[in-house]
Design a protein around this ligand. Structure first.
Ligand SMILES: Cc1ncc(COP(=O)(O)O)c(C=O)c1O
Length: 427
């Protein structure tokens, strides 16, 4: 495979774009140098084509937003019509009302809705509204919640975040209720909100989510579910619908509009009414093309029972990959984490560099065979029988190579380009 056009663009980008990327996870250091494309030109269903004309099967799906498939005609045709009518106006658009009503029907906690463009917009709006509602400043977080100060100050990429802001956010560990109890003991009556991904790739153990909710209630703290990833994937009502645990507020994004940029903060009326008093307002907040895409995506998903399909097909793929991991004696080396609708093939290892090497090698061998492997498997309505067969065929070729490299304890000499880098370490 040739990647000349990708490399040329990358060289030009390095001169005019810091880190060469808008999104760290898409950056060049997230892919094995030499053997991976950097720039993609078009997508069709579950397949993408890079700027050199190479074709790959994709499971990353633009980091989650694609749920029906790239270029879904129903969604795109709806958007094209909307573009002809206009997408931003000098007053509000009816779709703001229609899509809000739809979300209130679908999402258990939703009684009112406000829209944003990115996931970070609405997680930040959720934090501001919970602070205003409770009159408290502190926040407890669990998971990833976007690029804004209140969250990113808890990570190693905390350059530029004021100390005073950092001090107001504390992290707790998933499936460790004790780590949240400690925060409530340390900061009694000070925590405005607990914001968490209801599930990441680790499944909730026992009554973890119910216990978090009870702890919030008894401390007068609001519970915010960050459903940017889980929403419209585990269910149209998100993970809260799947697990039967309803938060006060929830944030949706990514898959809401099959790739069009829209996000939403939804929740209980008394808390949401506080938006009347705080400032959350933007020029593109009610942009009609993305609202039209969101309505069309919901319609497509309901009409075609897409969520059922994602579960059925994803569970099958997960089980088939699991069989191959076992067959090659890699149970302790390759882990499949998460649910059928979204799972990750991980290569955990105490030696952090070794873990990255292993993942990089697996990635390299899949990409050579036309599978744009990143680890995440975000199944979509467009991953049909042909795609699943193709995937398993590639894995059937790559697992023996991987097992041989593992036996030889040598991934490094087999890697044909730079190893992938971690995003969260001191820049
Ligand atoms: C769970 C979660 N919350 C929030 C965000 C932030 O969303 P965005 O990148 O659209 O701002 C992300 C992005 O990956 C996410 O995965």
């Amino acid at each position: 495979m040739k990647f000349d056009n990708s490399r040329n663009l990358l060289e030009r980008a390095k001169k005019v774009i810091p880190s060469a990327t808008q999104t760290f996870s898409k950056g060049p250091n997230q892919w094995v140098g030499n053997v991976s494309p950097n720039y993609l030109a078009r997508g069709d269903g579950a397949w993408i084509q890079d700027v050199d004309g190479n074709r790959f099967l994709d499971y990353l799906m633009a980091l989650g937003p694609i749920i029906l498939g790239y270029g879904n005609h129903k969604v795109n045709d709806t958007v094209k019509c909307q573009i002809d009518d206009g997408i931003v106006f000098s007053q509000m658009h009816p779709l703001e009302v229609e899509v809000s009503e739809l979300l209130c029907e679908l999402i258990p906690c939703a009684e009112m809705v406000r829209f944003g463009k990115n996931g970070s917009d609405v997680t930040t709006a959720a934090i501001r509204v919970t602070r205003a509602f409770t009159g408290r400043d502190r926040i407890a977080v669990c998971g990833y919640h976007g690029w804004h100060d209140w969250y990113i100050g808890t990570t190693t990429r905390d350059l530029g975040i004021p100390k005073a802001v950092k001090e107001l956010t504390s992290s707790f560990d998933y499936n460790d209720i004790g780590s949240l109890e400690v925060l409530f003991e340390k900061f009694p009556s000070e925590i405005a909100a607990v914001i968490m991904e209801p599930v990441g790739i680790e499944k909730p153990q026992g009554n973890f989510l119910q216990d978090v909710k009870a702890l919030c209630k008894s401390n007068g703290t609001l519970l915010v579910f960050d459903e940017i990833v889980t929403g419209f994937r585990m269910g149209l009502g998100g993970a809260q619908e799947y697990f039967g645990v309803t938060p006060d507020i929830a944030c949706f994004g990514k898959a809401m509009a099959n790739g069009f940029p829209i996000s939403a903060v939804v929740g209980r009326r008394p808390v949401m009414e506080m938006f009347d008093k705080i400032f959350f307002s933007g020029t593109f907040g009610g942009e009609a093309a993305s609202l039209a895409a969101c309505k069309a995506t919901i319609t497509e998903m309901l009409d075609n029972q897409v969520i059922d399909y994602l579960w059925k097909s994803g569970d099958n793929l997960l089980a088939e990959i699991g069989k191959r991991v076992e067959k090659h004696g890699l149970n302790n080396v390759v882990k499949l984490l998460g649910y059928g609708v979204r799972f990750v093939m991980a290569f955990p290892c105490e030696d952090e560099y070794q873990a990255r090497l292993r993942r990089s090698y697996f990635m390299q061998e899949c990409i050579k065979r036309g599978l744009l492997f990143f680890g995440s498997h975000n199944i979509t309505a467009s991953h049909g029988e042909e795609e699943i067969r193709f995937t398993l065929d590639v894995y059937d070729q790559v697992f023996p190579l991987f097992a041989a490299a593992y036996q030889a304890n040598d991934f490094e000499s087999r890697l044909e380009g730079a190893c992938v880098e971690p995003i969260f370490r001191k820049p």
